[in-house]
Design a protein around this ligand. Structure first.
Ligand code: MN
Length: 486
């Protein structure tokens, strides 16, 4: 991968994009990572370039692509976040910081799963682009998983399936989700993966390609006569989704594979209906298999016309008919909206509205739906989430202070708290914490009791109770201080 390839793709997405800064970011990353190698022996910069390239594939904006190039700089090189900010500005630095924070998520078993999901949501609430960059970073890591130890392969694949993939689905970024799923499938269930891959890519490939070409010929001619612009795609079944279907329905590969699927992409909604009509004049539709998801979109926003017909050789074929825009949405989900909005020149800085949109979309299964409802209440109403330096998440009421945090971690840390470092800045103990802060408590080792003054500002019942309990034995002096009049 070269920076030229990245820039070429950026220009394809947006002629007017200012690519000079992308080039500078590349030079910066190249210098910062110079001499570093990936586990597979490649230059480290290749990882930065691939991450940026995947970002161009989901049409990310220029600051995201720059952040993609720089995403591992503060963590893995001698250059700091400050250096990034100095050279590339606040916006890019903020994105890189978000990714660095997210990289502290580790898969530590299912009990941590929800916490990790919350963290992802938290980062999203901050800026959705952070999550998108993280997905692209993860996807490239999955593609180069072969170089790692089997233990690491398992851990990363599992973490992806538990955390990243469901969120990609939630956001409707299917293009990334499917790739992640198929790569993880290969490492988590290697036997099943190999069997399916052989059937799909070897046994059935020729048959599939020949059949699709024949259908394409028939339809192509017809569409040309009618002057309907179209593109026909024939490969969009993904191995993991086939596997899931087999598991769910207890079916064999051939039962599922029996139905060929073709996708037709055209220029307007009117054309979608015209194409549906044309297909039905050529081949007989299977009853009850015509679905109009344009007039009535799926709850997750998905739009398309579906029909299954008795096609050539009387084979059952499912057609999906949609416009280019619907296709973008189906592939890129939330990212597509973002792209279109941007194209219309709207200001997209207002992140909270975005989050609301995500939540309203409810792109999810029943469970995730409940999860979202909970998140909606927790995250966005009266709770904040702060991190320990190790990356553990603590849920606190809004306007909590380092003292609340200290008692949430451990009573002893609360009792001995002397000061706090919030996001690497020394602060006072009554400092109001914000969503996403990283909090480190400075401890005074020899102290036994808390300061009753803290009662004036703590927000949690736990901190309040602990301060009262533990300061019972405090000296008369501190009582005097607390009631200066007496
Ligand atoms: Mn990375």
């Amino acid at each position: 991968m070269t920076i030229e390839q990245v820039i070429k793709k950026v220009k394809e997405n947006d002629h007017g994009a200012d690519t000079d800064l992308i080039r500078l970011a590349y030079d910066f990353a190249l210098k910062a990572h110079s001499g570093q190698k990936r586990k597979n022996g490649e230059e480290y910069i290749q990882h930065s370039l691939h991450t940026a390239f995947i970002l161009t594939q989901i049409r990310a904006d220029v600051p995201s692509i720059i952040a993609g190039l720089l995403h591992d700089v503060p963590e893995d090189t001698e250059f700091t976040l400050k250096d990034v900010e100095k050279n590339f500005g606040k916006e890019v630095a903020m994105l890189v910081e978000g990714i660095t924070k997210l990289s502290k998520i580790k898969y530590r078993g299912i009990e941590r799963y929800r916490e990790s999901l919350k963290k992802m949501f938290l980062a999203m609430a901050h800026d959705l682009r952070v999550i998108l960059i993280k997905f692209c970073d993860r996807l490239h890591n999955l593609r180069t998983l072969d170089a790692l130890s089997p233990e690491k392969q398992q851990r990363i694949a599992q973490e992806t399936m538990e955390i990243f993939s469901p969120i990609a689905g939630l956001l409707g970024i299917w293009r990334l989700k499917w790739q992640m799923d198929d790569l993880c499938f290969k490492y988590l269930l290697p036997e099943e993966f190999k069997k399916l891959e052989y059937k799909y890519e070897v046994e059935k490939k020729l048959e599939r390609t020949q059949f699709i070409n024949k259908v394409r010929d028939v339809l192509g001619k017809k569409f040309k006569e009618e002057g309907i612009e179209n593109e026909i795609e024939g490969r969009f079944k993904h191995l993991f989704s086939i596997y899931q279907k087999m598991q769910k329905k207890g079916q064999q590969f051939d039962d599922i594979y029996d139905v060929f699927a073709l996708r037709i992409i055209t220029t307007s909604v009117a054309n979608c209906y015209k194409i549906l009509g044309l297909i039905h004049t050529i081949w007989r539709p299977k009853p009850n298999r015509v679905k109009d998801y344009i007039a009535v979109p799926k709850p997750n926003g998905y739009r398309s016309l579906h029909t299954t017909v008795f096609c050539l050789d009387n084979k059952l074929v499912e057609f999906q008919i949609r416009t280019k825009e619907m296709n973008e949405e189906a592939h890129y989900g939330i990212a597509a909206h973002w792209y279109y909005k941007q194209k219309e020149g709207e200001n997209i800085v207002k992140q909270p509205a975005w989050i609301k949109e995500i939540l309203d979309m409810q792109r999810a299964t029943e469970n995730a739906h409940d999860f979202i409802k909970k998140i909606k209440f927790d995250v966005f109403q009266d709770r904040i989430f702060v991190f320990s330096p190790k990356g553990d998440v603590f849920e606190l009421p809004r306007e909590s202070t380092p003292v609340d945090f200290a008692y949430a971690v451990h009573t002893d840390i609360g009792n001995k708290a002397a000061g706090a470092i919030v996001n690497e800045q020394i602060t006072t103990l009554d400092h109001i914490l914000k969503n996403g802060d990283v909090v480190n408590i400075i401890i005074e080792k020899n102290r036994k009791t808390p300061n009753k003054d803290w009662l004036r500002f703590v927000k949690t019942a736990r901190a309040r109770d602990k301060i009262k309990q533990n300061s019972a034995k405090s000296t008369f002096d501190s009582l005097k201080k607390f009631f200066p009049g007496k």
